[in-house]
Design a protein around this ligand. Structure first.
Ligand code: GLA
Length: 297
């Protein structure tokens, strides 16, 4: 008998590059998902629709299988059929959605444990020193809510989003985390007095203010914090790039936009904009609107 498991990509309202330093983050699940069907068999047979065999995605799948292999009840082999609508390298945590969907198809672990296992797999077996945000978002986030995750205590709760829409703009610039200065910056962020460490301290304060905004349903306040966050990602954390900066600049003077910023790790990927309800804009994909997680082309 086969088993199905599915996990979403995410955006992050505030708290970029603070998870690896024990900060609090505010990811939101999006409508794009990765689905895995597992059918027990004699040997591992891994296929992914739309991906080249032996593409980088396969490393994440192998990493999860190996990590589960060390669990008290290691999975027995079989066929893994993967389908995904989460674009790779777009800053939407496609690898975490893949890891969590695979782990979910192969184990009965509770969701937070599943997320921890997937992060461990990525840290130890893919060699990316990522924090816990993406995996917990993929395993535990719920529609139209920010997942408030404290990465030092590894505890979370959900806060409803204020009345607004979220628009995603793809810059078209792609990157794989392993090919970026992600690891280098994680080290810098842990070194007091560096620009990256300053970004982390200020971003943590912004997250506290963002939680107050969520409590009050203040979408405008959130938008302002997003703009501050982008400037910090550009100037202090140094993970932005021309296409994202230009897009954010353009959006800043567009009526109806409450705030916009680069989302995810950076060095490529997407810009997230908070938008007043009903604003008509060219381009962009609505990811959270009043009727839930819908898409407007
Ligand atoms: C990537 C990592 C996360 C986090 C973000 C930046 O998505 O996987 O752990 O560090 O970058 O906030």
């Amino acid at each position: 008998m086969s088993r199905l498991s599915s996990a979403p990509g995410r955006v992050n309202l505030l708290g970029e590059h603070v998870d690896h330093q024990g900060g609090t983050v505010l990811p939101v699940a999006i409508h794009l998902r990765t689905t895995v069907r597992f059918t027990p068999g004699e040997a591992w047979d891994i296929t992914s629709e739309g991906h080249e065999p032996l593409g980088p995605w396969e490393r994440y799948v192998r990493a999860v299988i190996e990590e589960l292999g060390e669990a008290p009840e290691p999975p027995s082999p079989g066929r893994l059929e993967i389908t995904s609508t989460v674009p790779e390298g777009a800053g939407l945590a496609s690898s975490a959605a893949l890891e969590v969907a695979v782990a979910g198809a192969l184990s009965e672990l509770p969701s937070l444990e599943l997320a921890r296992l997937c992060r461990r797999a990525e840290n130890r077996r893919v060699g990316v020193p990522c924090g816990l945000m993406d995996q917990v978002a993929a395993a535990c986030a719920i529609a139209r809510h920010a997942l408030v995750l404290d990465c030092s205590t590894e505890t979370f709760f959900h806060l409803p989003l204020p009345e607004m829409e979220m628009l995603l703009f793809d810059t078209g610039v792609r990157r794989g985390l392993g090919d970026t200065p992600y690891a280098e910056r994680v080290k810098e962020a842990a070194t007091p007095g560096t620009p990256a460490a300053r970004h982390v301290a200020e971003e943590r304060a912004r997250v506290d203010r963002a939680i107050e905004c969520l409590d009050k349903g203040d979408a405008k306040g959130l938008g302002g914090l997003m703009v501050e966050c982008h400037a910090s990602l550009r100037d202090l954390y140094r993970c932005s790039f021309e296409e994202a900066d230009d897009l954010v600049k353009r959006l800043a003077v567009t009526p109806g936009i409450l705030g916009a910023r680069l989302v995810g790790a950076g060095w490529g990927g997407s810009v997230l904009a908070l938008v007043e309800r009903g604003t008509r804009l060219q381009g962009g994909t609505v990811i959270v609107s009043d009727d839930g997680l819908t898409v407007r082309e």
